[in-house]
Design a binder for this molecule. Structure first.
Ligand SMILES: C[S@@+](CC[C@H](N)C(=O)[O-])C[C@H]1O[C@@H](n2cnc3c(N)ncnc32)[C@H](O)[C@@H]1O
Length: 285
């Protein structure tokens, strides 16, 4: 385990956890100081359920918890939503504990615990990803997460992901510890579709066929609509939420709002909520 993984936040969370009895008669929290890249500090059951609620878990979802510890998050996902859930955990003792915990909660048919390294194992089939790993590990995972299917919900306990602004965050008062009140924040990100680059649009007002350039920064974007013979029109408030896209712009003194859907290399939607004002875009090679 790298020393830098033991952050003051983890020490304070661990102090809180010490008040509870984590583990079973075969393996307890105090035996598991060492993970691979970070130590085991459990998410409280209440926090796990709030993380799943923040991700709006629904039937058909597949939840993956990366570095799954004693299995609390996959087990709660299976128990509360009846869905499939997978935990990837490096420490074999924790994998064994998770499997015993799943049997105790009677969800062994829905959950899978895999012994493995989160930087090696494939988790691309997840529709919901949960993390309690520390900011530097979140950051290391970020490029892989951004390549996941658009709309995948990612929820992290306590730690953010640097430049990727969360789509939502919730603060939870998680109780008292020997060093005072404990507050946790959980963060939600929704993997945005990739639209960065050049597109051709039809249906924009007074511009039959025009080229559009999107300059994407995670779930936000700037960009321009080319206009022959005059200055390009700039987008305002460009946002992507999974495969949903929106932006505003102004031309000839009139304001327009576009709301639509991205489907791979195609975008379709309408202007100003008017179904007659259809707009379509296709990605240029
Ligand atoms: C802070 S604990 C979180 C446990 C669980 N997700 C939870 O929320 O209760 C981090 C876990 O990641 C595991 N871990 C650390 N590095 C890992 C790696 N490279 N691959 C898989 N698991 C890892 C540790 O053993 C530990 O159980």
């Amino acid at each position: 385990m790298r020393f830098l993984a033991i952050t003051p936040i983890f020490i304070s969370l661990l102090t809180g956890c010490a008040l509870h009895n984590y583990g079973d008669d075969q393996f307890q929290l105090r035996m598991a100081a060492h993970g691979k890249d970070i130590m085991w500090v459990p998410t409280r059951v209440d926090t796990a359920t709030q993380m799943l609620a923040l991700a709006q878990v629904k039937s058909g979802d597949i939840v993956y918890d990366l570095g799954s510890g004693d299995g609390v998050i996959p087990i709660q996902a299976a128990k509360r939503y009846g869905i499939r859930a997978v935990g990837i955990e490096y420490n074999p003792d924790l994998v064994a504990l998770s499997k015993r915990n799943a049997i105790r909660e009677n969800v062994q048919n829905l959950v899978t615990f895999k012994q493995g390294d989160i930087f090696v194992e494939d988790f691309s089939s997840a529709t919901v990803l949960t993390l309690f790993l520390g900011e530097s590990l979140n950051l290391k995972l970020m490029p892989t997460i951004l390549r996941m299917k658009p709309g995948t919900r990612v929820v992290s306990n306590t730690f953010r992901m640097d430049s990727w602004i969360p789509d939502q965050e919730v603060s939870i008062r998680s109780g008292e510890s020997t060093i005072g009140a404990l507050n946790e924040t959980i963060y939600l990100w929704i993997v945005p579709a990739n639209i960065d680059g050049a597109w051709e649009f039809t249906g924009l007002p007074n511009l039959d066929k025009t080229s559009v350039r999107f300059i994407q920064k995670k779930q936000f974007f700037d960009g321009t609509i080319a206009k022959l013979g005059s200055r390009p029109i700039s987008f305002e408030d460009g946002k992507i939420r999974g495969e949903a896209i929106q932006f505003d712009f102004e031309t000839n003194g009139k304001k327009y709002s576009f709301r639509g859907q991205i489907s791979g290399t195609q975008i379709s939607g309408i202007l100003n909520g008017d179904p007659k004002l259809n707009v379509a875009g296709k990605r240029l090679k």
